[in-house]
Write a protein that binds this ligand. Sequence first.
Ligand code: ADP
Ligand code: GLC
Length: 484
Amino acid sequence: MRILFVTSEAFPLIKTGGLADVSGSLPAALRALNADVRILIPGYPAVLKNLVNLEPLCSIENLPVVGRAELRIGNMPDTGVPVIAIDCPTLYERDSGPYINSLGFDWEDNPIRFGVLSKVAATLSATGSPVKDWMPDIVHCNDWQSGLTPAYMKLSHPTTAKSVLSIHNLAFQGCYDASMVERLSLPRSSFQVNGLEYYGQLSFLKGGVFYADALTTVSPTYAEEIQTAEYGFGMQGLLDLRGHEIKGILNGIDTNEWNPETDPHLAKNYSDTSISGKKAVKAALQKQFGLQIDANAPLLGVVSRLTYQKGLDLFVETIPSLITKGAQIAVLGSGEAELENSFKALAAQYPSQVAVTIGYNEPLSHQIMSGVDMFIMPSRFEPCGLNQLYGLRYGTPSVVTQTGGLADSITDTNTLTLADGTATGFKMTEVTTHALSVAISLGLAYYQDAKTWRKIQRNAMNIDISWKHSAQSYLDLYTTVLAN
Ligand code: ADP
Ligand code: GLC
């Protein structure tokens, strides 16, 4: 089976969040199951620089605004997965992030940049594709950035290939002025409720939701949640209509990249049977962060985008009382200025107990996931969430809300789950500061009981969170879609 996996970010080439982790690891897992996968991604400077064996593939004509772009093909540096990069400097050769400029604002031509990504994907799947010797059977799109691909495939690029759209986060919908429909060479007639129109605007994501042959999201619980007004961000009606078709497949993780036994970023490696190295990682982290070096002080960690979604404003409110209980806090993240400032103020107030790094730092993210005792993730919504999965693998139990992938991947600790060996973390009963305090306090109480804590860590580390099962679920879905 040939699969074109269309994405706007992929680790280790370029990453802003979990989509990059998934795009870096799922295609490799599909390849291990004998699928013939190619990734399609914009040729940002970091992509063109880091791909190996890069060579010209073909030119693509008739693209909106830019006319023509060159496609290059290479391989992922670590997994060897083939990657097609769209080499179009006008659109992608920019400093700063893939979506925002150095001032933190969206690039204003994002609809063109990702409209072109979507159109190139459709062109490569169409009967007249310039790449004759590799036609995909499945075009797997991800989030709004490639959401127009299924629309192009249905409206202007006839193909026998089928499209699958994975929703990683419904909060980002790619909404733009209606005039974009024509600028992106989409038929005017498609701008209607049964098409691309969404509350008077063009929505890339709605285009995908409406035209894709199959829809998935990144956890079973989120698949249910997005059909409700609370989590549907206005799209619940359409999603509800397609309800039975939305398959929730829980993300896996790259078990090579996230492996406490071999992780090169850790002061000491360790495993579920010999976990003492985790203490050395904690001590190194305390030292690096200028925290008091104390093996017994419970250390709580955060690695996150600092946005409303992540609920970390609730954590900020609990920190003063945690400090009085002798806890330490290590935070790595960036995002909304107000949250960044709140964390920085706490670090200034309690320098030996709270450490905060604002920014993006891949090695430090591994050190925190491993070196802290508990990971804090009070998300208001979380389609899947990867850090709690990394926490499982590193023997770092998480405190989480009961939403999306957090609900599906963490089992609350209580007498029953301790007895049957399933306890792996702590679940808040609601999304409030009080509920977070209660869940953390419970965690701290268990932490004092070394034997039970070790049991929870062992339960967590023994869960198979590799892509093996989920990649097979995607293959099964592709097979079903092709058969229909
Ligand atoms: P989301 O994609 O919503 O941000 P996920 O939990 O799915 O949330 O994935 C976040 C990914 O980004 C994880 O791999 C996490 O370690 C990483 N990450 C988030 N913030 C930072 C940061 N400041 N530095 C390094 N890695 C980060
Ligand atoms: C999104 C979601 C996150 C998910 C990630 C990868 O960024 O916010 O929950 O883990 O996509 O699917």
